[in-house]
Design a protein around this ligand. Structure first.
Ligand code: ADP
Length: 421
């Protein structure tokens, strides 16, 4: 609990304590608003003010208020408060403390017509961050010791903002680096992924066309099957690339219609079992008749992608798909495998475009687009997909789809799908 204390006798210890606290908050701040709020609570006990405003430089010569508080007389006032924008501009432009007195009518009747401003530039050797302005209604004017105090407060606020700016820059830089690395990896991966099936197709076709050898029917059929499978693979890859870029630009068309999820899941499982007899899939429908407004082809694509991943990354594991109703308005599909699982470091990235867990990169074919596409498709449905995983135990993917959804909402949502994650 902080007590207001401006009595000269007690001021020294209290002043030191408060200045110390202010520096500490500035040093440990993680966000602007709550930290400034805390700093101002201490400032109030050592420095008189009615209003305080933090202006931040946004582009050339443009100052925007980023934080403002009226704590004294201003708080209960009916009239427009004074926020000292001109003082902020001048102090930043001239890079010095500026005090200004403003009289706006008869201040003997209303003290708020007499205003004392102090503008403090917030600058470092590298950047101009903004200005801090304090306003006092009716006085007292700022004396030189008060100006020193204000300067100290401003120095701390500058430090806080410069540190948070630096932090933001580091995060941005890390993201840029990561996305650049992912793109470089992607070009290498995609070239490899496209060239591998192409190599098979070309190799087996050329072999079959050789006129110096004759092939028996069984061998011919085996080669043709490989060509057929690799062509499918190539097609799937190109489809994935196209989907991904259309989802990224918001131009992928979806055809929404009423869809019974139990029927869709049964169909998908039937198809998956017929493609791969070895994959053990159990389907549990806890709530039948759950209906959503969705594009059946795209929802099937999501489930098929998860099944395909389970086959690639959790080979030999059983997959359990469960459909339940979640909190009245949501359908919840759970897809669980009992494979090696995904390490926590990678878990938060597996839905990113082109992201692949490094250990799988060389041994298992893939592009890192599948889960990115799944998440985007779910978003277009106002739904969600996420994952939990434990190393050595397996992974559980959760899909949520809103049960009652109007067509208009969904169409609107697709148009908003612009830009990257
Ligand atoms: P791709 O399979 O083309 O690499 P995805 O986007 O489908 O791309 O998956 C991203 C990564 O997530 C995969 O590279 C894999 O490492 C990991 N992953 C996905 N599903 C599973 C799973 N069921 N078990 C373990 N790892 C998985």
């Amino acid at each position: 609990m902080i007590e207001e204390n401006t009595s000269p006798g007690l001021i020294t210890t209290h002043l030191f304590q408060s200045l110390n606290e202010i520096s500490l908050i500035a040093l440990q701040a993680k966000e602007i608003d709550p930290s400034l709020e805390e700093i101002m609570r201490f400032v109030r006990t050592i420095f008189i003010f009615d209003n305080v405003v933090l202006y931040l430089q946004q582009g050339d010569n443009l100052l925007e208020p980023a934080y403002a508080r009226a704590v004294g007389r201003g708080r209960s006032s009916e009239m427009d408060l004074a926020w000292g924008e001109a003082v902020a501009q001048d102090s930043l432009r001239e890079n010095k403390i500026i005090t200004r007195k403003e009289i706006d009518g008869d201040y003997t009747v209303n003290r708020m017509r007499l205003r004392y401003f102090i503008g403090l530039p917030l600058t470092t050797s590298e950047e101009q961050i903004g200005s801090l302005v304090f306003v006092r209604y009716g006085g007292p004017p700022y004396q030189s010791d008060q100006m020193q105090l204000a300067k100290h407060i401003a120095r701390n606020v500058t430090q806080l903002l410069a540190r948070l700016n630096l932090y933001k820059k580091i995060i941005n830089l890390e993201n840029e680096l990561r996305s650049k690395r992912l793109q470089d990896d992607f070009i290498a991966t995609i070239s490899h992924e496209l060239l591998t099936p192409l190599g098979f197709i070309k190799g087996y076709a050329t072999t079959l066309l050789r006129d110096d050898t004759t092939w028996d029917d069984e061998t011919r059929s085996e080669f043709l099957n490989i060509i057929d499978e690799e062509t499918d693979r190539l097609r799937e890859l190109i489809d994935n690339l196209l989907d991904s870029s259309r989802l990224q630009s918001g131009t992928l068309r979806m055809e929404f219609q009423p869809l019974r999820l139990d029927t869709l899941l049964k169909d998908v499982c039937l198809r998956a079992r017929s493609f791969n007899e070895n994959q053990d899939i159990e389907l549990i429908i806890e709530n039948s008749g759950v209906q959503v407004q969705a594009d059946p082809r795209r929802i099937a694509q999501v489930i098929e992608n998860l099944l395909n991943n389970a086959q690639k990354y959790a080979p030999g594991s059983k997959v359990v798909i469960t459909l339940i109703k979640f909190e009245e308005n949501n359908a919840h599909i759970i897809l669980q495998d009992f494979g090696p699982g995904i390490a926590p470091d990678h878990l938060e990235h597996i839905f990113d475009r082109f992201y692949r867990v490094p250990i799988n990169v060389s041994s298992i074919r893939g592009t890192g687009l599948g889960l990115f596409i799944c998440r985007r498709i779910m978003k277009a449905h106002n739904g969600e997909i996420n994952v939990e995983s434990t190393l050595g135990e397996g992974s559980i993917f959760h899909i949520f789809l809103p049960i009652k959804q109007s067509n208009n909402n969904l169409v609107g949502n697709i148009h908003q799908l612009d830009g990257g994650e």
